[in-house]
Design a protein around this ligand. Structure first.
Ligand SMILES: [Zn+2]
Length: 319
C-alpha cells in the first residue's frame, strides 16, 4: 500500500520528504531575501523553514511545487496528518470538526441575522456547512480533497466544489459571509487566495480567517513546522495579508491571535509599512538548538506521544 509506506517514511527523523520544490518570492511582500529559522520540522525530519527578511512571513524553502503538493494531498496527507485509514473522515476528526463548527457559528452570530449567503473556503468534511444550512443560510463549500468533499455532499446534502480555488468562479460580492478555517497555511499563494475571497465578499460582508499562530505557546522551532503548512502566520503577518487584500479587522469581533474576522477596508487595498527587522526578530524568536540535543532531551518523544494519545483517545471515545 504505497500511501501507508509513504506515511511511515514521513515519520522517520533526520530524513527528507519526497519533494524537490522551488525557490519562490514571499507571497506577502514579494521579497526574495530570507533568514533561516529551522532545518527540521516537528518530527525532526529535514525541512528547511525561513522567515522573509522584509515582512517576517514564515515559509517552507524550497517551496513544494503545486504538483508536489497535489501529490501529497491526493496521497498520504489524511493518513499522515489525521490517521485516516479510509476515505471516510475518522471519528475523532468529525467530533473536533463539529465542535469547531459550533464555535465558529456562535462567533459569527452578529453577522448571521437573517438568511445569509455563506461560503466555506476549504470546507473539509462539511460540518460547518451542515450547521449553517440547518440555521437557514444558503451555503456553498470549496474543498479540493475529493473524498472529504464527497462525504460532505452525501452526509449533509450540501453543495461543495472540489476544484482547486484558482479554478472556481463566483461573481464579485456573491457572499455575505466567507470563512476559511485552517486553510491558508496549506496554500502556496495564501495572499492571492485572500484577495480572491475579498472579491467574492459583499460590500458589508465579513470574512473569518483562522490559521495556526506561529507565535503560539510552543516557542521551539522543532515543535512547530509541518510539511503540510507551507506558510506560517503571526497575528501581524495575517493582518498585513488582509490589508493587501483590501481588508481590515472588523471591530465588532474580538481578535484572538491568528483568528480574525475581517471586513472590507473603506479605502481599498494598500501596501503595509513593514517596519524594520521583522525577519530578524522572527528568526531570533525561535530558540536555536541542535536537533540531536532536542531528540535526546526527550521532548521530541513527549510531543510525539502527546499527538498520538490525542488522536487515539478521541478515536476510542464514543462518537
Ligand atoms: Zn515578505
Amino acid at each position: 500500500m504505497p500511501k501507508l509506506l509513504a506515511a511511515i517514511k514521513n515519520q522517520i527523523p533526520f530524513t527528507r520528504y519526497a519533494y524537490r520544490g522551488e525557490a519562490v518570492a514571499c507571497n506577502l511582500c514579494g521579497s526574495h531575501h530570507r533568514l533561516s529559522i529551522s532545518q527540521t520540522d516537528r518530527r525532526l525530519k529535514i525541512l528547511k523553514t525561513v522567515a522573509c527578511e522584509q515582512c517576517g512571513l514564515i515559509r517552507t524553502d524550497p517551496m513544494p511545487t503545486e504538483s508536489e503538493l497535489g501529490t501529497y494531498y491526493a496521497g498520504e496527507y489524511r493518513l499522515d496528518y489525521q490517521f485516516a485509514f479510509s476515505s471516510k473522515p475518522p471519528r475523532f476528526h468529525l467530533r473536533r470538526s463539529r465542535r469547531d463548527a459550533a464555535a465558529r457559528l456562535a462567533l459569527l452570530a452578529p453577522a448571521l441575522s437573517g438568511p445569509k449567503r455563506l461560503l466555506d473556503f476549504g470546507s473539509g468534511s462539511g460540518e460547518f456547512l451542515a450547521l449553517a444550512a440547518r440555521a437557514g443560510h444558503d451555503v456553498r463549500g470549496i474543498e479540493p480533497g475529493e473524498s472529504f468533499a464527497a462525504f460532505a455532499r452525501n452526509a449533509y446534502g450540501v453543495t461543495v466544489d472540489s476544484r482547486v480555488w484558482q479554478q472556481v468562479e463566483f461573481a464579485p460580492g456573491s457572499f455575505d459571509v466567507i470563512t476559511s478555517n485552517h486553510v491558508l497555511e496549506h496554500l502556496r499563494e495564501p495572499v492571492s487566495a485572500l484577495k480572491r475571497m475579498a472579491e467574492w465578499l459583499a460590500e458589508d460582508g465579513v470574512l473569518f480567517v483562522s490559521v495556526p499562530n506561529a507565535l503560539g505557546k510552543r516557542r521551539h522551532s522543532f515543535q512547530h513546522f509541518h510539511f503540510a503548512h507551507v506558510y506560517n502566520f503571526t497575528p501581524q503577518t495575517l493582518i498585513w495579508a488582509g490589508q493587501i487584500a483590501g481588508l481590515e479587522p472588523d471591530p465588532r469581533f474580538a481578535m484572538a491571535g491568528t483568528t480574525i474576522v475581517f471586513r472590507k477596508r473603506k479605502g481599498g487595498a494598500s501596501i503595509p509599512v513593514w517596519g524594520e527587522e521583522q525577519g530578524r526578530w522572527m528568526a531570533a524568536h525561535f530558540e536555536p538548538s541542535s536537533p540531536l540535543r532536542f531528540l535526546l532531551s526527550g521532548r521530541w518523544f513527549v510531543d510525539a506521544l502527546h499527538r498520538f494519545r490525542k488522536v487515539a483517545g478521541e478515536s476510542l471515545a464514543r462518537g
